[in-house]
Design a binder for this molecule. Structure first.
Ligand code: MN
Length: 249
């Protein structure tokens, strides 16, 4: 939420409040809400605006666009409940702190490795990772990348099939929840994996693609068959145009 739109909302709420007073009024409104008190419809609307600076990016395709490899039901829960849930929790955690003024990437960098900011890191990284995941997939994806990226994959892994095998091994070998990634490190590509919310951008790596291997990503469609899910994505959904843009960017 930009400051400008927040301020214009504040004018609707009360034209004489400055930003600090406005935020104070919102906190008071939140307190009333928390205690189950009555709120006017106008205050409720302003309080919703103040939930935080981070929002759920639009899904880059329809919820049923990845069917049959990922069902609309899975995407409905994964995007609509899990991803949205991380956004909501992050906004709660940074409310009223300097982090509320930062970019999502800056919040991830600032909170990485800090024992007192684990929840902020986890939720911020999960927001970022999921947005990256949705963009790592597309309908009628899979196949092979453009010539430049294909050459780099050949140089890094030996062949496209060798890359796929290494990626599938990383994705299925991640114990518990986490992510498999294709990242650029130095002048070559490597496959890596992270546990839980961890993300390559906290480790100085440049990710090109990811696959979510938390059970919520595949359990409705594949139950315990994580390898089937990973291979279906490698063969049919990976968005190599997104990877090429990340490589160039
Ligand atoms: Mn997920």
């Amino acid at each position: 939420m930009s400051e400008r739109s927040e301020m214009s909302e504040s004018k609707l709420f009360n034209p004489r409040l400055n930003r600090r007073q406005f935020l104070g009024a919102l906190l008071a409104g939140s307190a009333v809400l928390a205690t189950g008190g009555l709120l006017s419809p106008r205050l409720t609307r302003a309080a919703e605006v103040a939930k935080g600076p981070f929002s759920l990016p639009p899904l880059p395709y329809a919820e049923n666009a990845l069917d049959p490899y990922i069902s609309a039901q899975t995407i409905g829960f994964h995007y609509g409940k899990h991803h949205q849930g991380y956004v909501n929790k992050l906004n709660e955690l940074v409310a009223g702190t300097p982090l509320a003024e930062q970019s999502l990437e800056a919040v991830i960098q600032a909170s990485a490795g800090k024992a007192d900011q684990v929840a902020i890191f986890n939720n911020a990284a999960q927001v970022w990772n999921h947005t990256f995941y949705w963009n790592s997939l597309r309908p009628k994806g899979g196949g092979k990348p453009d010539a430049a990226l294909a050459a780099l994959i050949d140089r890094s892994f030996g062949s496209h099939d060798a890359f796929k095998a290494e990626f599938a091994k990383a994705a299925t070998g991640q114990f518990g929840s986490g992510w498999a990634w294709l990242v650029k490190e130095g002048d070559r590509l490597i496959v890596t994996r992270t546990g839980n919310a961890d993300t390559p951008i906290a480790h100085g790596q440049k990710p090109l693609l990811t696959v979510d291997v938390w059970e919520h990503a595949y359990y409705l469609d594949y139950q315990n068959r994580r390898a089937d899910y990973v291979n279906a994505l490698l063969d049919n959904l990976l968005n190599w145009d997104f990877a090429a843009r990340n490589l160039a960017g």
